[in-house]
Structure formats: structure tokens, C-alpha cells
Design a protein. Structure first.
Length: 210
């Protein structure tokens, strides 16, 4: 049996659960306490929050800390490099040691950097390669040590090894979603994710269904 059919059967629970404004069905949440952010800053922890709420949670603001925003943007940019390069130890530069990451079904909620690294490494082992790309992004600095961000992403998962080869329609699996992240500035001045929610925004798609 091809890995694609195994994967698709395991994520059936996630497919077909993307009704407008309803992300509870395709995400796994818990009852951990909310993050301590300044009043008026979007609270994404533990989350996730609904698509409807996102637009009103990020009103236009005067840019006050461009350096912090760029530092967070740069840290986020390392994530696809680490994932697609299978260099999972570099996730230490992105997530706090005690981070909570809700990667939705079938992965679920992960606690601590070691569980995040080990689980992502194992879950991506079925693929010959991946490519993660970002698009829409909002970053709000909530205080000198806290921030939140929402980043849209597209992820292509390749079952056929090799670069430049012609793949069959079932050899590529696409995922569309967003990362809702809460950040903390640590002692050395860099930023780490303390809470992540991966929220799927549609069904998983193979090249055959495009």
C-alpha cells in the first residue's frame, strides 16, 4: 500500500470539518490557562481562535517596535528551512523549551521542545521531501517580552524522491493553513514560540484533485 493511502486514511477526521468559522472540529485544544498578554493584544493561547475573530483581533496599529517584528519574522523564516531541511535541532531556535504546540489531527498537542522535534521528525519520515511557504502574516508586539503572530502557509509533501523528476498525481499532498503563535523574548534578546496552533483552512489536496 502506498504511504499516501495510509496517510489519507489517518487524517479523515481532519477532512470535511472545515465549515465557515468552525475550527474546533479540525483542531485539538486543551484547557491550559490563557497567556498573560497586555489588554488589547490578541490572545491566541491556548487557542486556536476562529477565522471570524482573527480579522477583528488585529486592528491597524502604529508601528512601535519594527526591530522586534523583524526579529520574529526572521525566526519564523527559519522554520521552513529547518523542516524542509530535516534539521530538527534548529527548532530549538524557534520554540521555547516549555512550548506547547497544537498541530491538529492527526498529530495533536505536543508539550516541550523534545516532543515537538521528535514527533515532527517521525511524522514527516513518510515523505521524500516537503516545501513550506508563507504568505499573509501579521505580527503584534504586546509588551517588551511578549508578542503574537498569525502566518498563512502552504505545505507540499512529496512522496517521490528526487529533484526535477515527473511525479504522478498522487505523489504530492498539499496542506493549507495558518500558524497562530504566541511569543516570549528570552534572556539573550531573541524570541521563541511558547504556544502554537496549526489550523487547517481546507481539506488535504493531492495533485489529482487540483
Amino acid at each position: 500500500m502506498k504511504p499516501l493511502s495510509i496517510l489519507l486514511s489517518s487524517i479523515t477526521i481532519a477532512n470535511g470539518a472545515f465549515g465557515a468559522g468552525n475550527i474546533a472540529a479540525n483542531s485539538i485544544s486543551d484547557d491550559t490557562s490563557s497567556s498573560q498578554l497586555n489588554p488589547g493584544c490578541p490572545n491566541l493561547s491556548p487557542g486556536p481562535i476562529s477565522f471570524f475573530q482573527l480579522a477583528q483581533s488585529f486592528p491597524p496599529t502604529v508601528l512601535e517596535d519594527a526591530a522586534a517584528i523583524e526579529a520574529i519574522r526572521r525566526t519564523l523564516a527559519v522554520y521552513p528551512l529547518a523542516i524542509d531541511g530535516r534539521n530538527f535541532d534548529m527548532l530549538n531556535r524557534i520554540f521555547a523549551g516549555d512550548a506547547r504546540a497544537n498541530y491538529s489531527a492527526p498529530i495533536g498537542v505536543l508539550n516541550g521542545i523534545d516532543e515537538i522535534k521528535n514527533t515532527l521528525s517521525a511524522s514527516l519520515a513518510a515523505f521524500a521531501g516537503t516545501q513550506h511557504s508563507y504568505s499573509t502574516q501579521l505580527i503584534d508586539i504586546c509588551s517588551s517580552t511578549t508578542a503574537v503572530s498569525v502566518t498563512y502557509y502552504t505545505a507540499a509533501h512529496f512522496f517521490t524522491p528526487g529533484i526535477g523528476v515527473i511525479a504522478t498525481p498522487t505523489d504530492v499532498l498539499y496542506a493549507y493553513g495558518q500558524y497562530q503563535d504566541t511569543w516570549r523574548r528570552i534572556e539573550d534578546g531573541t524570541w521563541r514560540i511558547t504556544n502554537r496552533n496549526l489550523v487547517y483552512m481546507g481539506p488535504f489536496i493531492t495533485a489529482a484533485s487540483v
